[in-house]
Design a protein. Sequence first.
Length: 265
Amino acid sequence: MRIAVAGGTGTVGRHVVAAAEARGHDVTVLTRRNGHDLETGAGLAGALDGIDAVIDVTSVVSLSGRRAREFFTNVTGNLLRAGADAGVGHHVALSIVGIDGIDDGHYAGKLAQERLVEGGTVPHTIQRATQFLEFAAQVAEQTTFGPLTVIPKALMRPVAAREVGARLLEVAEGEPVGGRARDLAGPRDERLADLVRRMYAFDGVRRGVLEVRFPRPFGKSLATGVVRGGDDALRGRITFDEWLRSPDHVPVRPRREGTRHAVAP
Ligand SMILES: NC(=O)c1ccc[n+]([C@@H]2O[C@H](COP(=O)([O-])OP(=O)(O)OC[C@H]3O[C@@H](n4cnc5c(N)ncnc54)[C@H](OP(=O)(O)O)[C@@H]3O)[C@@H](O)[C@H]2O)c1
């Protein structure tokens, strides 16, 4: 198949690309660094010609619902228009488990994205996943102030981005569902602050971790654990501690030396 991966250099995108290449697909990566700004549409003309499936794993880093809505609306609108023009047979969008009714922060953008995909003319599947195991590093990267990292109270069931990538490819290879596929969640319930503490201990980083309740519906959804989803989800197998010991974990380095983590929501 010819598969376009929008956001193919990101935390999950790189796993989608690796999985697709390993199975012999012809992969096109659409990112700004590769000359395609999907928010403005620059560089998109002709990029989907001959493409069988688009997998959208783009993202924006912002706590603002307005900005998230704007980003996901623009990117999804551009991808769907270009996909319809090019006759793309399957649009696969990655969304987040448990976000129904939480029209706030990053989730406001994801809900807008889901609505556009569902209302579009390109045959589609929406795959929701829980937070990635990588989420601990993604959050800590943005909430570290000197010797302290402030972490939202969050009860999660995190899943490896590697397993999400493999699942997205499996979905793209199959027939469009015309709605949501079964949710994908991780193997265990975890508390985000504990994950960050374990990651710092593993990486030898001496930094305090303060857990606080984040405000607004977004913060509340993390604290109540509604984003863990239900018992009927598909379950990944890789645990956080296995992931820490794997090459997928990029060690956190002291801030003065910089970090190598991708920054994401
Ligand atoms: N992180 C989680 O725990 C989690 C859990 C479940 C679902 N999700 C969803 O998974 C998706 C991917 O998240 P992630 O954490 O993998 O994101 P990420 O690491 O921040 O990667 C984002 C990707 O999008 C690309 N991108 C950003 N703006 C773009 C633009 N204007 N045009 C083209 N490409 C653009 C980036 O490349 P350039 O910067 O080069 O453009 C990068 O490849 C998001 O939609 C998120 O909602 C995330």
